[in-house]
Design a protein around this ligand. Structure first.
Ligand code: NAD
Ligand code: TYD
Length: 380
């Protein structure tokens, strides 16, 4: 079959990437979708079981740092679009192992950019109809102040931020024109990769676009991140390690809303632009954790608040950013995107998913998923 487009999605076996792959494979049967992923501890093909047999889907086990391999794949598949999500993504790991973050996030992104440039340069139409879309994080902007409570309403009220939680925790928000002030090795490496992407546009004219998104939550997130880790611990009545006093503020967005934004921006975003994506949905960690406890207890038929005693304050994360808050007005005004889910509904849906998918959690916490797929792909 002659496909209308041929798109590589990197990191498609991870949390956000798997939602993006699923959305594209199902929504665009006339697009060829290639999931390029080397399956680190965070990559799990079980996240894509429901679509792995679709004719327009291909999985390619490849490291983004393997420039020759990536270039050959682009040529073979006549790729005209790249949605780049592959990265090392956990701040705590970056504090222990910064080199891996520089290798994957910086050198890996550079390798993807250069492969796209080299391949597209060989084509008669060059960059026409092409797109290199880089997915980044709000953490590159650094940290904001908390004035508790600020009484400031976010620039617009969305469904997700309506109700009692749409007051911000400070007067400032991350906007697209803000300078970068990353604090962790993770955010420093992401910031560096963002700079390379923009440099490839400014220097070579590569048709790039960059988005910076707030914290995502939802199904298939690796249980080292706050929400899935704590849901699993509450279920098994294990302690909940809250860093510092739990006063840090994060802006949470349901992962499918992020995937919808990626779809929209891939197709309609302007070349060389940056768009912020966020939920206008700020929560102090400690308040969020209490919601998680109440929701798990409720869904498991335990009495309300029964597991509050699991909260355990532990030593703070080094360089722990106090507050993230994204202003995504530009995306709303220019492309009409808004978060669709009310937070309470998104959290309930998420908790229910993890409780209903204990096998998935057991599999990733034991590492069994890697053994299975390693065997399956070792002789391909
Ligand atoms: P994740 O850790 O769940 O998944 C990362 C994926 O990338 C995994 O499948 C892994 O196998 C793959 N990968 C890692 N190194 C690779 C390499 N060298 N070659 C090929 N594949 C490799 O990450 P996530 O949370 O889904 O985040 C995806 C992207 O979105 C990242 O770029 C991250 O910075 C960004 N982001 C994440 C969040 C969030 O809340 N999770 C928020 C904003 C932006
Ligand atoms: P995390 O999910 O790691 O995302 P990020 O650091 O990218 O925002 O953490 C979310 C917040 O929860 C962050 O303020 C750190 C805090 N946290 C804990 O208090 N305890 C934990 O065990 C984890 C993983 C995170």
């Amino acid at each position: 079959m002659e496909y209308k487009r041929s798109i590589i999605i990197t990191g498609g076996a991870g949390f956000i990437g798997s939602h993006v792959v699923r959305l594209f494979v199902n929504k665009y049967p006339d697009y060829r979708i290639i999931n390029l992923d080397c399956l680190t501890y965070a990559g799990n093909l079980a996240n894509l079981k429901d679509i792995e047999d679709k004719p327009n889907y291909r999985f390619a086990k490849l490291d983004i740092c393997d420039f020759e391999g990536v270039l050959a794949l682009m040529k073979e598949e006549k790729v005209d679009g790249i949605i780049h999500l592959a990265a090392e993504s956990h701040v705590d790991r970056s504090i222990k192992d910064p080199f891996t973050f520089a290798r994957t996030n910086v050198m890996g992104t550079l390798s993807m950019l250069q492969a796209a440039k080299v391949y597209w340069d060989t084509l008669p139409e060059k960059y026409e109809g092409k797109r290199f879309y880089h997915i980044s994080t709000d953490e590159v902007y650094g940290a904001l102040e908390v004035t508790d409570p600020s009484g400031v309403e976010p620039p617009f009220t969305t469904k997700a931020s309506s109700g009692k939680h749409h007051l911000a925790y400070g007067k400032k928000f991350f906007t697209e024109d803000l300078g970068y002030r990353p604090h962790s090795p993770y955010s420093a490496a992401k910031a560096s990769s963002d700079h390379f992407v923009r440099a490839y546009h400014d220097t070579y004219g590569l048709p790039t676009v960059v988005t910076n998104c707030s914290n995502n939550y939802g199904p298939y997130q690796f249980p080292e991140k706050l929400i899935p880790l704590f849901i699993n611990n509450i279920r098994h009545r294990k302690p909940l390690p809250v860093y510092g006093k739990g006063e840090n503020v994060r802006d949470w967005l349901y992962v499918e809303d992020h995937a919808r934004a990626i779809d929209l921006i891939f197709h309609e975003g302007k070349t060389a632009e940056t768009y912020n994506i966020g939920g206008f949905n700020e929560w102090k960690n400690i308040d969020l954790i209490k919601v998680l406890i109440n929701t798990v207890d409720d869904l498991l038929g335990r009495s309300e608040g029964e597991d509050m005693g699991l909260i355990t304050f532990v030593t703070d994360r080094a360089g722990h950013d106090l507050r993230y808050a994204i202003d995504s007005t530009k995306l709303q005004k220019e492309l009409g995107w808004e978060p669709s889910l009310q937070f309470e509904e998104g959290i309930r849906r998420t908790v229910k998913w993890y409780l209903d998918n204990q096998d998935w959690l057991d599999n990733v916490t034991s590492g069994d998923y890697q053994k299975y797929y390693e065997k399956m792909y070792s002789n391909r």
